[in-house]
Design a protein around this ligand. Structure first.
Ligand code: 13P
Ligand code: ZN
Ligand code: NA
Length: 283
């Protein structure tokens, strides 16, 4: 069955690699990343945003992810990404999500602590992993839009206090990455990652994984980032493939045809990200 992401992430943090968490929007995308992780024997986190929960329905998502976990030989966790709504988080846990993110990063520190604690209390009773965010990751992720000017880096001392006050098991500190594809290169504050990792033992999460140059991903991972989220690149690979299929074969209207190369494109990209983060062979 689906497992909590806590043990796989602690293992990753301890051993200096990162588990890749792939945002999937369709069942085919889910199957493709599962295939990739299975082939590379990598632990896997499937994740969906609130938008995808609305699009597919949480019970369809948990049912499909449970099938994947039952058939796979690798550990698979199902994570709810960037959720601001306590009720939805609670429902997803009941439906079978084994990991959730409470994103209260838009609130002042004390309010972020309060909202995160409430989720931690419920989650710990159910053995579900909780991720929280400090600072503000820039860019666009579904309905969450953060201007570059409003993006805010996490303060290392606050990170330490936040873990103490909330007991949260994974932390996403904003360190200069952004959601979506970068104009140019991200401006990652590596010193800050090292400072935060020096103060907290929990696995750290690198948001905005799409478009980060390989060497910068590896450096971030070596400093303590134990989970990397990839959404935009995966979605683009899937959609670009389908677009190309319709250009090459405009009269082919069978989804079972054009979905084949689309799944292959997602699988190939997922394998590259897994290799990059060093989680291949760690299942
Ligand atoms: P990207 O869209 O940049 O890959 O960001 C993914 C992410 O952080 C999801 O939470
Ligand atoms: Zn994110
Ligand atoms: Na990005």
């Amino acid at each position: 069955g689906l497992v909590s992401s806590t043990p796989m992430l602690m293992e990753a943090r301890k051993n200096g690699y990162a588990v890749v968490a792939f945002n999937v929007h369709t069942i085919e995308m889910m199957q493709a990343v599962v295939d990739a992780a299975e082939e590379l024997q990598a632990p896997l986190i499937l994740q969906t945003t609130v938008g995808t929960v609305k699009h597919l329905g949480m019970d369809y998502i948990t049912a499909a992810a449970k099938v994947a976990a039952a058939q796979a030989s690798i550990p698979i966790a199902l994570h709810l990404d960037h959720c601001q709504d306590f009720e939805l988080i609670a429902q997803c846990m009941r439906s079978g999500y084994t990991s959730v993110m409470i994103d209260a990063s838009m609130h002042p520190f004390a309010e972020n602590v309060k909202r995160t604690r409430k989720v931690v209390e419920l989650a710990s009773a159910l053995g579900v992993n909780v991720e929280a965010e400090l600072g503000k990751v820039g860019g666009v992720e579904d309905d969450i839009v953060v201007d570059e000017a409003d993006a805010l880096l996490a303060d290392p001392a606050e990170c330490e206090l936040f873990i103490e006050l909330t007991g949260v098991s994974t932390l996403a500190p904003a360190i200069g990455t952004a959601h979506g594809i970068y104009k140019g290169e991200p401006n990652i504050d590596f010193t800050r990652i090292a400072e935060i990792a020096g103060k907290v033992e929990v696995p750290l999460v690198l948001h905005g994984g799409s478009g980060i140059p390989a060497a910068q991903v590896q450096r971030s991972v070596s400093l303590g980032m134990a989970k990397m989220n990839v959404a935009t690149e995966l979605k683009n690979a899937f959609s670009e493939s389908i677009k190309q299929s319709f250009i090459d074969h405009p009269s082919e209207l069978d989804p079972r045809k054009y979905m084949v190369p689309a799944k292959e494109a997602v699988k190939k990209l997922a394998m590259e990200k897994i290799q990059l983060c060093g989680s291949a062979g760690k299942a």
